[in-house]
Write a protein that binds this ligand. Structure first.
Ligand SMILES: Cc1cc2nc3c(=O)[nH]c(=O)nc-3n(C[C@H](O)[C@H](O)[C@H](O)COP(=O)(O)OP(=O)(O)OC[C@H]3O[C@@H](n4cnc5c(N)ncnc54)[C@H](O)[C@@H]3O)c2cc1C
Length: 453
């Protein structure tokens, strides 16, 4: 007779680990089982160390503005190991017209050559743009072009979207991807007006609704520190190399069928696997749910981590890194100066640089072999950063389905998934495919699934 668990969690990425941890706190270790398809926990969040370099396969870290992520870190006893990014991370650059342009606050912005004078004037006119009154979905690009102008939308906003979502700003729904930005216009009539209102509110003691942007935060040993500690805490609750094939429900109880033919039963199942996998698990149980999950697309991504002798890189790398607008006709999406952000990530006398290639606008990039990717760096990255010699270390991570895309219709899909959760009590969907792709969003979605939101 199979053990009857209170909660089974499917998928051991950051979401599944967080959900399992708090389910275990709530109900005890014997009541919880986490099933992970691969041979290790972490999903996208994995760290690899070699020759003194520390490479992140996926996330570099999280913004320290979400108290619930920090609570989890504290609960795991990892608070002392948190590392905040170097202050130089505040310096961010855009590649434009052959060079890197620093995004400075006004008035410096006017002279930074990020935008043309006309583009700056149009941007400065944002407070005078009337509020949009429409229930219809609007793309991130359309919103930006309408409020701050086409040039700023192409140069500032679209690259940011490819940096976060690997996505195409013209395809993604503003309200799903950046709900706070949509609310700035809906509640206050515009972005500048909203910022002024929030500042006033803060001065009069009304709290900081805008909140700080937060500082990029990780651990000395990389993001894997969080996953490893969660894995230690979960102990025997975790079974790796155990892909789930099917979930069915009978008499208020769920049966979870694994690929090796085993059936495990539980009162509640939290599905924290990507939606393109979850679709097949629930297809027989709930066809409409499977259809809603299946309609969430993903963008691919290639992450190329390269280490160089410091002397081989002409640029000072004093900053976070840079993004490349699509208008500049380059294939690289951007680049993070990892060893500036977290100096311990490269040995003395070396630097670590992380380049992103691919995304929704360049789906073929994930098919490029290692040589082609390094050629691309030589062609595009080396001249920008004045790199004179090949890398002394390279690691390449390819994701066919890296990041879910909140395209038009996303809110309707979420409503269908929520309706399915209601008609299947005890079944929950958590992870980056629903209400935010950042690590903080994943933690919040895990907490929602275990009733701690
Ligand atoms: C290149 C890249 C860079 C990023 N950078 C950042 C960043 O700097 N900051 C930030 O906040 N976010 C970043 N993100 C986003 C963030 O990393 C992800 O959204 C987050 O890690 C997703 O976690 P998850 O647990 O929801 O999903 P995943 O990490 O995808 O985990 C899902 C898990 O489910 C497992 N699984 C799959 N099929 C099955 C099955 N049949 N049965 C059981 N288990 C299964 C998988 O093996 C995996 O372990 C980045 C993402 C990428 C791709």
């Amino acid at each position: 007779m199979s053990t009857h668990y209170k909660t089974i969690i499917v998928g051991g990425g950051i979401t599944g680990c967080c959900a399992a941890y708090y389910a275990m706190q709530r109900d005890g270790a014997d009541s919880v089982l986490l099933l992970e398809a691969s041979d290790s926990l972490g999903g996208t969040a994995q760290t690899e160390s070699m020759d003194g370099f520390t490479c992140e396969k996926g996330p570099n870290g999280f913004l320290d503005k979400e108290p619930k992520t920090l609570d989890w870190v504290r609960d795991l006893g990892l608070e002392e190991q948190l590392v905040r990014a170097n202050q130089l991370a505040a310096r961010r650059f855009i590649f434009r017209n052959g060079g890197l342009r620093e995004i400075k606050p006004p008035p410096g912005f006017l002279f930074s050559k990020v935008l043309s004078l006309q583009g700056c004037i149009r941007l400065a006119g944002e407070p005078f743009i009337p509020q949009r009154v429409s229930e219809e979905e609007e793309s991130i690009w359309d919103f930006a072009a309408r409020r701050i102008g086409v040039e700023a939308a192409d140069t500032l906003v679209a690259p940011m979207v490819s940096g976060i979502y690997g996505g195409d700003a013209k395809q993604l729904d503003l309200a799903s991807c950046f709900p706070k930005m949509a609310a700035m216009e809906a509640d206050h009539g515009g972005l500048v007006k909203s910022m002024l209102a929030k500042r006033k509110e803060k001065k009069s003691g009304g709290g900081s609704a805008m909140g700080p942007g937060g500082t990029l935060t990780s651990f000395g040993g990389g993001i894997a520190t969080l996953i490893n500690r969660a894995g230690e805490a979960l102990g025997d609750c975790v079974r790796c190399n155990t892909p789930v094939q099917r979930i069915s429900r009978q008499d208020e109880v769920y049966t979870v069928r694994t690929a090796n033919g085993e059936d495990v039963i539980a009162d509640s199942v939290i599905v924290a696997a990507p939606t393109h996998v979850a679709t097949g698990m629930v297809a027989e149980m709930d066809a409409d749910l499977a259809d809603a999950l299946d309609s969430i697309p993903y963008a691919s991504m290639v992450v190329v981590c390269t280490g160089y002798d410091r002397s081989a890189v002409g640029h000072d790398l004093d900053g976070f890194g840079f993004l490349v607008p699509r208008t500049q006709e380059k294939r690289i999406l951007g680049c993070i100066w990892t060893s500036t952000l977290f100096p311990g990530r490269a040995p003395d006398g070396k630097v670590l640089i992380r380049t992103m290639i691919g995304g929704a606008a360049d789906p073929e990039a994930v098919g490029l072999d290692d040589d082609a990717l390094l050629d691309l760096l030589r062609d595009e990255l080396f001249p920008i950063l004045d790199i004179q010699a090949d890398p002394v270390m390279q690691r390449i991570y390819r994701y066919e389905k890296a990041i879910p895309q909140y395209t038009f219709g996303h809110q309707a899909r979420l409503r269908r998934i929520e309706a399915a959760e209601e008609r299947n009590p005890g079944l929950f969907f958590a992870g980056n495919a629903y209400r935010g792709v950042g690590l903080n969003d994943c933690v919040l979605s895990a907490l929602r699934a275990v009733g701690r939101d």
